[in-house]
Design a protein around this ligand. Structure first.
Ligand code: ADP
Ligand code: MG
Length: 606
């Protein structure tokens, strides 16, 4: 007897469908469908997405829902709670020694070193001296320029710090162009009579001398001890277009760690408590030292506690369970940076503070999916079954990749979780679901680059970069140049851009440099996927050691990434593992593994 079956994989991000015809012991795949998941995975809201993806696949064959004999949906084992950020350091300026900010229109470029002097006091200076003019807003730009131009011989005005935003207006009236930093709101806090260095970078670049401890040391002739102390100053100026450093006797920039609370990882036999401010590595040591995690809790009243509590609350609402019955099963912590306002700053300076990003995962249960199956059965009038755990189905699907055989391990890199499973020669499967995947990568990119928009971070993750060097050519991030016959749109000139399909160039506004964006992007991918690949394979390895696995196939949406599979292949080669991107059924690439496996499961029960 012949029957039409559909495997439907409801993921955190994507709902995928595989349609097949089963005749006796033969299965023939006919079409696939793909669409966004509607609502949070494992909830009834998913049903719309299932309809759409199914319909898409059926349309390719001219079939309707009613032609289907059976549908299998995934068990959706894990539901991801949340990814969140916890800032664990802050920069405090105890005396005004540093101003690094990005006024929209600083004047001039270059470096000036001199004594900070009120512009109205310049005429009183006698003798030879280099000075930095301090211009409060009650002195208008024309008057300020006049005062600076009429300095006595030997008195060199080498730079200016201006309260208003009239830096350029002043500069245009000067006999000699100097670096000018404006929009310094709390100019009264700038100490006078002190040695002061000012740097303005050309348009499109960032300061290079003041962001380098040795640069500051050179300007101020610092000893090696003093140089050590300016490291936080240099760090807080990294990536700004302009900056000022003032050498005051007591001036100091301190980096302080913020108490962030503790996380407790609870296992059957023991529990471990880790301070969040000790960083991601310590947290992950804790997580990996407990083999069967029963729950993970955060200290009540701290940010860590609130974050994990939020995960629990959201899940409790969705599943109509009590909050205390929601258990967190895995957690991925990574070290990251988070731009924060500098305390004690005088021009709304930002500094990249240390932070810990956390993805948490909650165990959900089969009941949820049974509910979805029931509603689907009623609406479609086709029997719908919960067909099996994702990682189990994924490995069945992955084995359709040409050239694969058992024993085999897979890593399924999705949006919310990284799942791994391994199948031995006898067909026994072992699997694990870990927190942290594509969404976490995008979140890290978003927060480290200070982007408002998650979608922008998703795009930065997915597309390579280039710099538009002229209206007729761009420089790709790998160094190659590409030329165009027709001029590019002038709005992208001199910008860092994303290179999308068909040479569509999307400018990135407000980013420092191509190098910086590239570094953040690649690090985020490494921190999440290399970490999770190794972590997950250790867990499914028969011996607990990833070295005892030989072949790994990567599947899932994040395996489509232009660099993640290579990073993982590289990292796993250190364990002598052969790893590569899957090609489901020889035609789907790394997608559709779970859906394919679900359809195949119908065959086995024939
Ligand atoms: P899920 O099974 O959780 O629904 P998917 O397997 O659909 O997840 O993978 C979704 C993830 O894959 C998202 O994080 C998305 O950003 C990422 N992704 C999709 N396409 C690409 C691509 N071309 N390059 C990089 N990442 C991608
Ligand atoms: Mg998936």
């Amino acid at each position: 007897m012949m029957k039409f079956v559909a495997g439907v994989d409801i993921g955190n991000a994507t709902t995928e469908v595989a349609l097949a015809k089963i005749e006796g012991k033969e299965i023939q795949f006919l079409a696939s469908g793909i669409g966004p998941t509607t609502g949070i995975k494992g909830t009834l809201n998913n049903i719309n997405g299932v309809f759409l993806s199914l319909k898409q696949a059926l349309n390719k064959l001219g079939l309707d829902y009613s032609d289907l004999d059976e549908i299998r949906i995934n068990e959706a084992a894990p539901v991801i709670g949340d990814v969140a950020m916890e800032t664990i350091s802050e920069t405090i300026i105890t005396e005004s020694t540093v101003i690094g900010h990005n006024p929209s229109t600083p004047g001039g470029t270059g470096i000036g070193v001199g004594t900070s002097t009120l512009v109205t006091e310049i005429s009183r200076i006698t003798g030879e001296q280099d000075i930095i003019a301090i211009v409060p807003s009650d002195v208008d730009f024309a008057h300020a320029a006049e005062l600076m131009n009429s300095a006595k011989k030997g008195v060199n005005v080498v730079g200016a710090i201006v309260q208003s935003d009239e830096g350029n207006l002043i500069n245009h009236r000067l006999k000699r162009q100097i670096p000018v930093i404006d929009e310094v709101t709390m100019i009264e806090k700038v100490p006078l009579g002190m040695e002061c260095a000012i740097e303005v970078a050309p348009i499109g670049s960032v300061v290079s001398v003041l962001s380098n401890p040795y640069g500051i040391a050179t300007l101020f002739s610092l000893s090696s001890e003093e140089t050590k102390r300016v490291v936080p100053i240099a760090r807080s100026l990294i990536g700004t277009r302009s900056g000022v450093v003032i050498k005051t006797p007591e001036g100091d920039v301190k980096e302080r760690s913020i108490k962030a609370g503790t996380i407790t990882i609870i296992g059957a036999k023991k529990e471990i408590e880790v301070d969040v401010d000790e960083g991601a590595e310590r947290i992950m040591e804790g997580v990996s030292s407990i083999l069967d995690i029963e729950d993970i809790q955060g200290e009540v009243g701290t940010n860590a506690g609130n974050m994990l509590d939020k995960v629990r609350r959201v899940m409790a609402n969705l599943t109509e369970k009590h909050k205390k019955d929601i258990k967190i099963q895995d957690l991925l912590a990574v070290d990251t940076f988070n731009p924060q306002k500098v305390k004690g700053g005088i021009a709304d300076e930002f500094s990249l503070e240390n932070a810990v990003g956390i993805a948490a995962m909650v165990k959900s249960d089969r009941l949820q999916m049974e509910m979805i199956a029931q509603v689907l059965t009623e609406k479609l009038r086709v029997p719908v079954f919960v067909g099996g755990v994702e990682a189990d189905m994924a490995i069945k699907g992955a084995l359709t990749t040409p050239g694969t055989n058992t024993p085999l391990a897979i890593v399924d890199m999705g949006a919310g979780s990284t799942d791994a499973s391994i199948i031995n020669r006898e067909g026994k499967v072992k699997l694990i679901h870990l927190a942290g995947a594509g969404n976490m990568v995008s979140l890290l990119i978003q927060s480290e680059l200070g982007l408002d928009d998650f979608e922008m971070a998703e795009d930065i993750k997915k597309y390579p970069l280039a710099l538009v060097e002229s209206l007729f050519h761009i420089r790709h991030e790998d160094g190659t140049a590409q030329f165009f016959e027709k001029p590019l749109d002038s709005s992208v000139f001199a910008k860092v851009v994303l290179v999308k399909e068909n040479d569509e160039l999307v400018p990135l506004e407000g980013v420092e440099s191509m190098e910086k964006v590239r570094q953040v992007r690649m690090e985020a991918k490494r921190k999440v996927f290399v970490t999770n690949a190794v972590r997950s394979l250790s867990k499914v390895s028969p011996t607990g050691n990833p070295r005892d696995i030989q072949f790994v196939v990567m599947v899932g949406g994040s395996a489509l990434d232009f660099e993640i599979p290579n990073m993982v292949t590289d990292a796993l080669s250190e364990y002598e593992i052969v790893a590569g991107r899957g090609n489901i059924r020889g035609c789907e690439g790394p997608r559709n593994a779970v859906a394919t496996g679900l359809a195949m499961a119908c065959l086995e029960e024939e």
